[in-house]
Design a protein around this ligand. Structure first.
Ligand SMILES: [Cu+2]
Length: 234
């Protein structure tokens, strides 16, 4: 399976309804998220609007459960006619909420999930780190002869997130063939990335701190690993 086009696909699937069903049928990834979606869409076809209504109540409560078990809903939600594949809202309202909801659904849809190891709190902690580093860290960039040097600094929770995430990301960068390193600073981390033929200085300058942080193909996969209890951080 190619690397995570499904994140986009999930959104498209939810919006497109019957068109997406055909796409899901054609998808080979039975154990992947598309497999989950196939179950979801098949379930919708087979079980009809009643069960869909139950499932939506669970979704509204953020439980992400696939099985229509005992509903704790008030029964005062939207009428069933509002819950059709084309009329149901899909936006989670908050991006970290949506990322966690997606992972919980993937784990819930997989019978092989080992719930004794699952740790959604670890994923949440990491998403808080991401929020801190993405939105609250200060990044001052200096262009040197053949590299970019970025002082990534912050305080308190932001500082802790910087110290966890930036050095870990350097490993990811080196994995994809970039030459990067970090040095500790009292209030953060110095990130140095060397220019190369494929990543010239002009590109590094244009990317800046966050453009460099989003490099690599495995970020979302790491989230799933984290939720499965695979490792504490990345
Ligand atoms: Cu992340």
């Amino acid at each position: 399976m190619p690397t995570f086009p499904w994140k986009t696909t999930l959104a498209a699937t939810a919006v497109l309804g019957s068109t997406a069903f055909v796409f899901a049928q054609a998808s080979p990834g039975m154990n992947g998220p598309m497999g989950m979606h196939r179950q979801m869409m098949s379930g919708q076809m087979a079980q009809g609007a009643g069960d869909m209504s139950q499932m939506h109540k669970h979704m509204m409560q953020g439980k992400g459960g696939m099985a229509p078990e005992t509903s704790q809903g008030t029964g005062k939600g939207m009428p069933d006619s509002m819950h059709g594949a084309s009329g149901a809202p899909t936006m989670p309202g908050q991006d970290a909420f949506g990322a966690i909801q997606e992972v919980v659904r993937i784990l819930s849809a997989n019978p092989a999930t080992d719930w004794s190891k699952v740790n959604i709190t670890a994923l949440r902690d990491h998403l808080i780190d991401m929020n801190e580093v993405t939105l609250h860290a200060a990044a001052s960039e200096h262009i040197l002869d053949d590299s970019i040097e970025i002082m990534v600094t912050g305080e308190g929770r932001t500082l802790a997130a910087i110290k966890r995430m930036v050095p870990a990301h350097v490993k990811e960068l080196n994995d994809i063939g970039w030459k990067a390193e970090t040095d500790e600073l009292p209030n953060g981390v110095k990130l140095t990335v060397n220019a190369s033929e494929s990543t010239p200085l002009a590109k590094l300058k244009a990317l800046g701190f966050m453009g460099i942080m989003v490099q690599g193909a495995h970020h979302q996969a790491h989230h799933l690993m984290m939720a499965k209890g695979g490792f504490a951080e990345h």
